[in-house]
Design a protein around this ligand. Sequence first.
Ligand code: SF4
Length: 356
Amino acid sequence: MQDGILNTPAFLREWERTLRGLKDITPGVVGLQLPEGLVRRSGKLAEDIQVNTGADVMVLADPCYGACGIGGVDPELLKLDALVHVGHLPMGIPNAGAVPVFYVPIKQDVDRSLLEGLLKSWDAPHRLGLVSVTQYINWLPVARDILSKMGVDVFMGDGGPRLAAPGQVLGCDFSVPRSVAGSVDAFLFVGTGVFHPLGVSLSTGKPVFRADVELGRLLPPDHDEMVDRWRRKRHAALERIRGSERIGVVVSTHPGQARFALARKTCNMLKKAGYNTTLMVARELGPTFTDRMGMNGYVICACPRIVVDDQSSHSRPIITPLEARILTGDIPWEDHGPDEIVAEDLGDWSVEDEGT
Ligand code: SF4
């Protein structure tokens, strides 16, 4: 995320709305949380809040990767009266409501002529699902308008409680495309990058076209090779962890990633299959963590992207909770798929699974 995005009309509108909301509640102390790509601007934004509202501002400086990392500190301890969370849409995390939370999603200004240029001569599938991420979510209604005028039946599904807008996908939640997969021939992802389109493809089995607004190109489905490569890598990690002497089952304390109930179940399942396991909790789960803790391998019950994006930087194998089920023989390799976070997995440690 580039610093320049803080000067766009879309961001400035959200920021003005936030300052007005803060003034209405006259907070004494405001916590300010920014995503990793923008933390260097925390001083400027903190000053802006202070000057406009008179509040003291405390920057919550631990790394934050999504609305899943909301807060992360006890508002009572810091005497916070409000929290400003920049970068993401709300995720419906209950504890986030301990003080008023002002979400300032980062969205790119819509460029209708760019979208028209990409889509107007496209021989689009007749029934199309539209998906995007927070940064480009406001482009979807415009894309729908253009495509509808071309005679395409457009579907923008609604997803689970972690999602705030029609058509939205997260790296840990593809429930939106799944909700309309039975009604569409293909999906169009509006945005940049391959991670989210790959997840849509894996979770629906449908072709995914990409309107890449940074490259300015409409790209055809090209995920077969990526899916193959991803499956081969995951299979290799699974074989490396098989037979390990001790496996760490790890949860992050980021509130929207804290799958304690799933970790407990996973730990019990591995034990029954003969593995020595240790439950662990930490805020950050980088390579330093996995080296330092001395396990032979780890099951990551935190952000699903850690396993997808970061395996090559960890010297020990890291696998998903779903892969742990394959490891123990609970499900076959054919059921392998993306790891997603669902509400029931976020229960506490003390939830015992059946049969333990
Ligand atoms: S993909 Fe990871 S960082 Fe993004 S919202 Fe989900 S848990 Fe958070």
